[in-house]
Design a protein. Structure first.
Length: 172
């Protein structure tokens, strides 16, 4: 019995899925005899599976769940949610934050709290340091208070990399 046949026989896939996979593997073997192509395909599939496993683990992380739950709550805010003229949290601010949340090292989010701001931006605060970020549609501002000295910058063009850099600073 080949390794593939052995895997299929011992897998927890249904009969239909096993049949589809067997057919797909047969097709691949009939189309190429080139070992390098087969290796490249196997490496690509393994990388895809590993990526899916990392994503599943990320979504099970309690801090990830806490922050995404807060976002879900804030999404339902209507104009005037703050008792005044507060605008709902910007979809773009949410999208920006989720782009960061989906790739950042999870240990960097354990001490974060998020809140909507009345202008539609998202306030991201450290619960461990006196620091925060106001994330908008295209840019963000941040502050860090260290020994009564305020450091920070306004109107930083948003990118996932720049946000992660600042989150590393405020989480330090």
């Amino acid at each position: 019995m080949s390794m593939t046949s052995n895997y299929l026989a011992n897998s927890q896939m249904g009969t239909h899925q096993t049949g589809v996979l067997t057919g797909l593997l047969g097709y691949i073997h009939s189309q190429t005899k080139n070992r390098d192509v087969k290796k490249a395909l196997a490496m690509h599939l393994m990388a895809e599976v590993e990526s899916e496993e990392r994503e599943a683990m990320r979504k099970q992380n309690p801090d990830y769940q806490r922050l995404t739950s807060l976002i879900s709550q804030y999404k339902s805010n209507k104009r005037g949610w703050d008792g005044d003229a507060g605008r709902p949290l910007s979809r773009k601010a949410i999208s920006n934050f989720m782009a960061v949340l989906n790739v950042i090292d999870l240990h960097l989010i354990s001490d974060l709290m998020i809140y909507p701001e009345s202008n539609g931006a998202m306030l991201i605060e450290s619960t461990k340091n006196d620091a925060g970020i106001s994330l908008g549609k295209e840019s963000f501002s941040y502050y860090i208070i260290d020994n009564h000295v305020v450091k920070g910058e306004d109107d930083v063009t948003f990118s996932v990399e720049s946000m992660i850099g600042i989150l590393k600073l405020i989480s330090a």
